[in-house]
Design a protein around this ligand. Structure first.
Ligand code: ATP
Ligand code: ZN
Length: 313
C-alpha cells in the first residue's frame, strides 16, 4: 500500500478534525469533525423529509451467508473484509502465545466466522422485506459504518466510513423517476452548501475480467450515477451515489408492490467525504460553514433546559 499522506490533525480530541490511526485508510475524528457530521445528518434528514422514510439501525457487520447469497462475495472479493475468530482450545492457545509475543503468525487456529464487515448499509434491509406485499411505495433510511479494503491511500478513500442510504421500493418506472429526482436534489443540496458538483454515470469496481463486463453493462444501462465534489486540491470524489438495482433484491427476497413486480433504488451519501469537502471549501471554523450545518449552540442562559420526563418524589 502506498504511503498514507499526513492529514491535518489540529488539537487532537479537542476541537480536532481528523486524527491518524497509523493504519492506512483508518481515520478517527475530533469534535469539530463530528459536529459537522451531526449537521450533515440533520440536513440530509430535512432533505429526505418528503419521502417520510422509515429509519432502520444497522450493525457494522453482516451475515456472511447473506452477502454470499446477494452475490457480493463473487463480485467484490477484493473489497470485502472477513471476520475470523479463534476456534482452538486453551492448550493450543498457550502454544500460540509465544509466537504472538515473538511477532510471528498466531492466526492458524482462526476460522472464517459467520459475519463479514458491512460493505454498504442497504444490504441489511432486504431480508427484512422477504415475501412482503407492499400496498404502496416505501422508503427506508439506514446509516452504517462500512468497510472496504481500499488499496489506495487517497484522501477521502477510507477503509472505514459512514454511509447513509435511502432505499425506495416502487414500481419499475417510478423507482427510476425517484432515483433521478434524487440526483437533482442531491446536486442542488450540495450546491446550496457552496460545493460545485459534477454529475456522471458511473459503475461499481466489479472484480476481474467478468467484472469489467458487468461494469460496462451497468454504465450503458445508466444504473448508477454519482454526484462528485472536490474533497482536496484537484481531487474530486463521489459523495452521493444514486443506484437502480432493478429486481436484483426483490426477485431474491420475493417482495412485491401492489400485486406486481417491485424494483429498488438507493441513494447513498458518504458522510466523511461530504464533511471533507465542506472543510476543504469553507475551512475548519464552524462560523464559516453554511448555517444549515453549524452546530446547535444549545440553550442560552436565558432559556433554561426543560426538565422533561424527570420525575421527582
Ligand atoms: P467510488 O467510485 O469513489 O469508489 P463507490 O462507487 O464505490 O465510490 P458506492 O459503492 O456507491 O461508492 O458508495 C456510496 C457512497 O459511499 C459513495 O458515493 C461515497 O460517498 C461513499 N464511499 C464509497 N467508498 C468510500 C470510501 N472508500 N471512503 C469514503 N467514502 C466512500
Ligand atoms: Zn445501496
Amino acid at each position: 500500500m502506498a504511503d498514507f499522506p499526513t492529514r491535518t490533525a489540529d488539537a487532537p480530541l479537542a476541537g480536532g478534525l481528523t486524527l491518524e490511526t497509523g493504519v492506512p485508510g483508518l481515520v478517527a475524528y475530533g469534535s469539530t469533525f463530528e459536529s459537522l457530521i451531526d449537521g450533515l445528518r440533520h440536513s440530509i434528514g430535512r432533505l429526505a423529509a418528503d419521502d417520510a422514510p422509515t429509519r432502520f439501525g444497522v450493525p457494522p457487520v453482516i451475515s456472511r451467508a447473506l452477502l454470499e447469497r446477494l452475490g457480493y462475495v463473487e463480485t467484490f472479493p477484493q473489497l470485502l473484509g472477513v471476520v475470523h475468530t479463534y476456534e482452538g482450545d486453551d492448550r493450543q492457545w498457550r502454544e500460540l502465545v509465544p509466537a504472538l509475543r515473538r511477532g510471528e503468525s498466531w492466526t492458524h487456529r482462526h476460522e472464517v466466522s459467520d459475519v463479514v464487515l458491512l460493505p454498504a448499509a442497504c444490504y441489511h434491509l432486504y431480508p427484512h422485506l422477504a415475501e412482503t406485499e407492499f400496498a404502496e411505495p416505501a422508503v427506508f433510511d439506514l446509516t452504517g459504518h462500512c468497510y472496504r479494503h481500499e488499496r489506495t491511500a487517497e484522501v477521502g478513500r477510507m477503509r472505514s466510513f459512514r454511509m447513509r442510504e435511502l432505499v425506495r421500493i416502487d414500481a419499475p418506472a417510478s423507482v427510476l423517476d425517484w432515483r433521478d429526482g434524487w440526483i437533482e436534489r442531491a446536486a442542488g443540496w450540495l450546491g446550496s452548501l457552496g460545493l460545485p458538483v459534477t454529475i456522471e454515470p458511473a459503475s461499481d469496481p466489479f472484480f476481474g475480467s467478468a467484472g469489467r463486463l458487468m461494469s460496462t453493462m451497468q454504465r450503458s444501462e445508466q444504473l448508477k450515477w454519482e454526484v462528485a465534489v472536490e474533497v482536496a486540491d484537484g481531487l474530486d470524489q463521489a459523495v452521493v451515489s444514486c443506484n437502480c438495482h432493478k429486481n436484483h433484491f426483490s426477485a431474491e427476497f420475493g417482495f412485491r408492490l401492489g400485486g406486481g413486480e417491485a424494483h429498488t433504488s438507493c441513494v447513498a451519501f458518504g458522510l466523511e467525504r461530504i464533511a471533507l469537502a465542506i472543510l476543504h471549501r469553507h475551512g475548519p471554523d464552524p462560523r464559516s460553514w453554511p448555517a444549515e450545518l453549524r452546530p446547535d449552540p444549545g440553550p442560552t442562559r436565558e432559556e433554561p433546559i426543560p426538565d422533561a420526563n424527570v420525575s421527582r418524589t
